[in-house]
Design a protein around this ligand. Structure first.
Ligand code: SF4
Length: 682
């Protein structure tokens, strides 16, 4: 590079799953700004995170620039050779002493597809375990399971542009897109201005409520009852699409029988809403020709998360609104590449492209391609690995770009698990709360320093391009995995990310037609894209469902695992705020963003605040069965009395000290959205 030269490098935003396209503005070897590009998902828009928090963190003085080894409790700089040899020796020893399933790895939903592919290959082919997972486990694993089971594919059915333009009704469930996916939120708002009627189903008065057609302020944890009530009304009023049901689905009789019990009055009582509002919502949704369901973590992060997702499929199939433009079931994926981390097989039961570990033909294919005998046992989820570490069954852990001390529920429990490991490796950009527990920390590189691809929430694979050189000795992440693999006795090397994508395409039918040359020309391809001639698949389940027939699931409503009682009288839910992203590793290093939002807070209803003697901005203690934190009160009417809400971005006042590590039985996703707390003024 030349110091005086200014360049613009087109790439993909590294924050949420919207996948906005943008130029990184580079001067010399420094990022100096960001400009929007007219991408398929963002139409020239960027939100505050994309515009201001996508570049300053890259050049931050906090970046890890050399490998670190902990000696006598203190991190000391080490050479790559020392650090990688130690990792390989320890893992080989643990494997020899306790077997490969005593080791586990969590991959990075923020990093490129190519890194994720090589990470799971390292865990499977070189270490010999299927104990590999990614942070979808704690956000949308319920979508992957629930949609795959009912429809045949666990991904968003329709493109963002399709469900935000030319639609009559949007059924928005447990999603606050103006804060969590702001560019999608802004497209929904534009759709409202053009006349689309939005039904918001959310325990909070999110900003979209101000202009929506109807707000059903259901109690957190009652999504299944709400959906059953909607379907009761739709069937009772003859609004179901009987031809669609007969021709394209199965399991309808059991569903019909079950939802007969969910009268509007019964559902109103469970959900704390008006029966008439439920009836109105059911009529609006069923009668519209184009009406997508858009949902997010308010549906998935429950002990009934997978059932909540299946309930979304049930509603869409009942009215025949699937496999068509302006319809479908559309989970908004959180992290920039969490869709891709799942697609790339960073899950304990799936190889890339959701090809099953349990399928002998798939297993034989990967054994042949990778030239090694693979472990036939389905692995543990990340939410099973941590308790197994506490019990001493998992001895070694490799975490690539995740920070479970901040992000996972019941932090005390996570700390205990990490402390109990015999050997722990973290590959990161910064010294995070989790990395502080590691034995070895390896410095990886950011999205702006590498070539690759991200896959956004609408299954669109888009390019990430190198804009600057990494600092110090930080290295390409897949190259680090290759070196670890080689030292573990499985020689591995790739010349480029492009070469890795070619290997992915050769082994993954749904990615078979995706390569860098086509991505340059098209700007992005939506999988399934099976051949070089295949233009990709904007709308899924057209004609028939991916699984053949769509499957209705009759799902009775179950209560959340921990509800308020005398000792902990408030129902607490958690979520994102506009300005920060997850653990703030990136947004927290942008000064302007910190000036706008620099501390955690708890939303409390005015009635409760008055009774407790709490005013806006007061310090309060929040206590659950798992811990106590100090935070600040945000008093108002966004939440109902006896309900409270906290964001999860801040290590000080970390809400996950309080959240409940109760899991959904199918996806093993934690119940972040409901736990019981008490609040006292400080
Ligand atoms: Fe980035 Fe998401 Fe904002 Fe788009 S909406 S600029 S992808 S954070």
């Amino acid at each position: 590079y030349r110091e005086w030269e200014t360049k613009k490098i087109p790439t993909t935003c590294p924050h949420c799953g919207t996948g906005c396209q943008m130029n990184l503005v580079v001067k010399g070897n420094k990022l100096v700004g960001v400009e929007p590009i007219n991408g398929a998902a963002n139409k020239n828009l960027l939100c505050v995170k994309g515009k201001f928090a996508s570049y300053k963190f890259v050049g931050s003085g906090d970046r890890l620039t050399e490998p670190l080894i902990k000696r006598n409790g203190v991190f000391e700089p080490a050479t790559w050779d020392e650090a990688l040899s130690l990792v390989a020796d320890k893992f080989n020893q643990l494997k020899a002493d306790h077997g490969p399933d005593s080791l586990a790895g969590f991959s990075c939903s923020r990093s490129i597809n190519e890194d994720n592919y090589v990470f799971q290959k390292m865990m499977r082919a070189a270490i010999g375990t299927n104990n590999v997972d990614n942070c979808a486990r704690v956000c949308h694993s319920a979508s992957v399971h629930g949609l795959a089971h009912t429809l045949g594919s666990g991904a968003m059915t329709n493109p963002i542009a399709d469900i935000t333009t030319d639609v009559e009704v949007i059924l928005l469930v447990g999603s606050n897109p103006e804060e969590a996916h702001p560019v999608i939120g802004s497209q929904i708002r534009q759709a409202m201005q053009r006349g689309a009627k939005v039904i918001v189903v959310d325990p909070r008065k999110i900003d979209l409520v101000k202009n929506c057609e109807l707000h059903l302020q259901i109690q957190a944890g009652t999504n299944v009852a709400f959906a059953n009530g909607m379907m009761h009304v739709i069937l009772k009023e003859g609004l179901a699409d009987q031809a669609f049901i007969k021709e394209k689905t199965e399991g309808f009789e059991a569903l019909e029988q079950l939802v007969a019990e969910y009268t509007p009055e019964k559902v109103a009582e469970i959900c704390h809403i008006e029966a008439d509002d439920l009836i109105k919502a059911a009529r609006l949704y069923a009668k519209a020709e184009k009406a997508p369901i858009i949902y997010c973590l308010g549906v998935t992060e429950h002990s009934t998360g997978t059932e909540g997702v299946m309930s979304m499929s049930n509603m869409a199939m009942l009215v025949g609104k699937i496999g068509k433009p302006g319809c479908g079931v559309n989970p908004l994926r959180g992290q920039n590449n969490v869709q891709g981390a799942c697609d790339m097989g960073c899950m304990p039961y799936d190889f890339p492209g959701y090809q099953k570990v349990a399928n002998p033909e798939v297993m034989a294919k990967f054994e042949k391609a990778w030239g090694v005998n693979l472990n036939k046992n389905v692995g543990l989820t990340s939410t099973q690995v941590l308790p197994a570490a506490t019990e001493g069954k998992i001895k070694g852990l490799y975490i690539f770009g995740e920070d479970p001390i901040v992000t996972d529920p019941d932090t005390t429990h996570v700390r205990k698990a990490l402390e109990n490991l015999e050997f722990f490796v973290v590959q990161e950009l910064f010294m995070t709360e989790t990395a502080a527990y590691a034995d070895v920390v390896l410095p990886g590189i950011s999205y702006a320093e590498k070539d690759g691809t991200f896959t956004n929430t609408e299954r669109r694979v888009q390019r990430v391009r190198k804009a600057v050189e990494p600092k110090g000795e930080a290295r390409e992440d897949y190259a680090i995995f290759c070196d670890v693999m080689t030292r573990l006795g499985y020689p591995s090397h790739y010349d480029s990310a492009k070469e890795i994508m070619d290997e992915i395409a050769s082994l993954t039918p749904t990615f078979g037609g995706i390569n860098y040359d086509r991505l340059e020309v098209t700007g992005g391809l939506q999988w399934p894209c099976r051949t070089p001639e295949d233009p990709g698949t904007p709308i899924m389940h057209v004609g028939e469902f991916t699984r053949g027939k769509g499957l209705f699931m009759a799902i009775p409503y179950k209560k959340s695992r921990e509800l308020p009682d005398e000792r902990y009288p408030y129902l607490m839910s958690t979520g994102r705020m506009l300005y920060h992203y997850n653990t703030r590793a990136m947004t927290g290093r942008t000064e302007g963003i910190n000036q706008l939002a620099n501390r955690s807070y708890i939303e409390i209803n005015t009635v409760d605040a008055k009774r407790l003697g709490i005013k806006e901005g007061d310090k309060v203690n929040v206590k659950s069965r798992r811990g106590t934190i100090e935070t600040y009160a945000a008093v108002g009417n966004r939440v109902f009395p006896q309900e409270v809400f906290m964001t999860f971005h801040f290590p000080d006042g970390n809400v996950n000290e309080l959240t409940n590590a109760e899991f959904d039985d199918i996806a093993i996703i934690p119940e972040y959205k409901v736990c019981a707390v008490d609040i006292t003024p400080v």
